[in-house]
Ligand binder design. Structure first.
Ligand SMILES: [Zn+2]
Length: 522
């Protein structure tokens, strides 16, 4: 901020006094030049020739009267550089992330699970920050923390913005927390500029009590309850020490009867959309050198358990040609899986146009992983009798995922037959993909673009669009309303690890993007 705008900000009256001073001086000077006494100056002139001489004086007065207007337009252009709110959107947000990152059930590492003592402390902290941002707050019967501002039209459909406050074991401090804090910070900026009451629809920040599912192995307890898709039996699920979901809530004086679970569900007609900011948890944004990205969808997922059985035997006595070894068969199956998922075009053959787009989306989104393997009897001098392994397969296109699974199992059976071993493929888990709302996504994209332009002072490239391979609360919320997501770059793509890191300036960018998005709702 320069001296001129500092003065115009702090002492606007000074400008007006200056204007008057200038005018009086100018009038005095002109009066002397025109042999006219300034104190007789008035709109009513008795002599025609005086009027002629006074014309430039009035012109001057008009010009000087415009000075504050010119000054304010100058101030406005200066504001464009000043309305970045680094003290709220960066410094305070980063400090809060650090503070929340220390709220843990464990010594020396971060762990907060559903309704654990640390999760309850974190909830209290978040609630304080929500109130500091001018929001009305409450805790619901699933332990979710809500902060809401009604805006101008209390009866309008609400915009929900959220993420989760729970963590994995030995977690990073940005997963979940970043989405909650960037939303609260952006609303705090609106409070500081007195715009909070001008929101055209209610805005509600929700910190979900469980997304990771560490304690009860059931993900999305918080968001699924609000979306109305949580099975009532989940309340009876127990953790390792035999405490059920209901018990865990009761410990904190929350009584959730099975018949009242449905009361947690939001009425779809009262909700406009759900938006979530989350760290990318992958390396793409860092690779393309961009702090923010728009999520086009969350991948659908299938988990398989594959069992391969062969002929167990002595490692020294059975000749190579006579073996039915499930271990080497498994090796071939895993290499096949990698090849198919890397180059689906070499395996799947389509003729129609819609199929071509399926293939296109598979090529860019298909990921397959074998993460768990076990052998029996697992001894160095024994040819294994049995090998089991898992397959985690994800893609943005549900039909494409089915086609890949069909081709995969066909080729797997062929390999097993050629090797004289038997294969059993079990489908353990399926979840359909979630496609983010295209209109909402383009609004988020423009908001992110505007935020980055403002921060850098130059026009940035188009904001990248990417797929989410990880599940998020938005998946559950998509059963209630349209969803949109923004991803924030994280160092090395690392997440679910204490090494998880987001640059201070990227935290700032996230807050700026939420702010820009909220401003489209003013
Ligand atoms: Zn997360």
């Amino acid at each position: 901020m320069n001296m001129f705008s500092f003065i115009s900000h702090q002492f606007p009256w000074l400008l007006f006094s200056l204007r008057d001073c200038f005018c009086k001086l100018f009038v005095a000077a002109m009066g002397t030049v025109c042999h006219f006494k300034p104190h007789t100056l008035s709109f009513h002139h008795h002599h025609h020739h005086d009027h002629h001489h006074f014309y430039p004086i009035w012109l001057c007065y008009v010009f000087l009267s415009l000075l504050p207007l010119l000054a304010s337009s100058y101030m406005y252009s200066d504001d464009k550089r000043d309305d970045l709110f680094p003290e709220i959107l960066r410094d305070e947000a980063v400090a809060r992330l650090n503070e929340l990152g220390k709220v843990s059930d464990a010594d020396g590492y971060l762990e907060r699970t559903f309704m654990s003592p640390a999760a309850v402390r974190a909830g209290k902290l978040i609630r304080e920050w929500m109130e500091d941002a001018g929001l009305r707050t409450w805790v619901d019967h699933m332990g979710n923390i809500h902060g809401r501002i009604e805006g101008r039209n209390t009866t309008s459909e609400a915009l929900l913005i959220g993420s989760h406050l729970d963590t994995v074991v030995d977690a990073g401090m940005f997963d979940g927390s970043l989405g909650i804090i960037s939303a609260i910070s952006a609303l705090k900026v609106l409070k500081s500029t007195r715009m909070l009451g001008n929101l055209k629809r209610p805005v509600e920040v929700i910190a979900f009590s469980d997304e990771e599912g560490v304690r009860f192995q059931s993900t999305f307890l918080g968001s699924a309850a609000i979306a109305g898709i949580l099975p009532v039996t989940t309340l009876r699920t127990s953790d390792k020490s035999g405490v059920t979901v209901q018990d865990a809530l009761r410990e904190h004086s929350i009584d959730l009867a099975e018949e009242s679970l449905s009361h947690l569900k939001y009425d779809a007609s009262s909700v406009w959309a759900y938006v979530e900011v989350h760290i990318e948890q992958g390396p793409v944004l860092e690779w393309v050198g961009f702090p923010l990205g728009v999520v086009k969808g969350i991948a659908g997922q299938t988990r398989l358990k594959v069992t391969v059985r062969g002929s167990q035997g002595h490692a020294g006595t059975v000749p190579m040609s006579m073996r039915q070894d499930p271990m080497v068969a498994t090796a071939e199956l895993i290499v096949l899986l990698e090849s198919l998922c890397k180059h689906p075009k070499d395996y799947l053959f389509y003729d129609g146009d819609s199929d071509a787009s399926t293939l296109e989306s598979l090529s860019s989104s298909l990921v397959c992983t074998v993460g768990e393997i076990s052998t029996w009897p697992s001894a160095s001098n024994v040819i294994p009798g049995q090998v089991t392994f898992t397959v985690d397969l994800r893609a943005i296109d549900d039909k494409g995922r089915e086609d890949v699974l069909y081709e995969l199992s066909n080729q797997m059976y062929q390999i097993c037959e050629r090797r004289s071993v038997s294969c059993f493929i079990e489908r353990k888990h399926d979840a359909n993909a979630v496609i983010c709302d295209s209109e909402l996504s383009s609004q988020l994209k423009s908001a992110a673009h505007a935020a980055l332009n403002k921060m850098t002072g130059e026009t940035q490239h188009e904001v990248p669009v990417l797929m989410s391979g990880a599940g998020h609360d938005a998946m559950a919320m998509s059963h209630l309303t349209k969803v949109g997501m923004l991803f924030v770059r994280c160092r090395g793509g690392i997440s679910h690890s204490p090494a998880e890191h987001v640059l201070d300036d990227d935290v700032w960018a996230a807050g700026m993007a939420v702010l820009a998005f909220l401003e489209t709702n003013l």
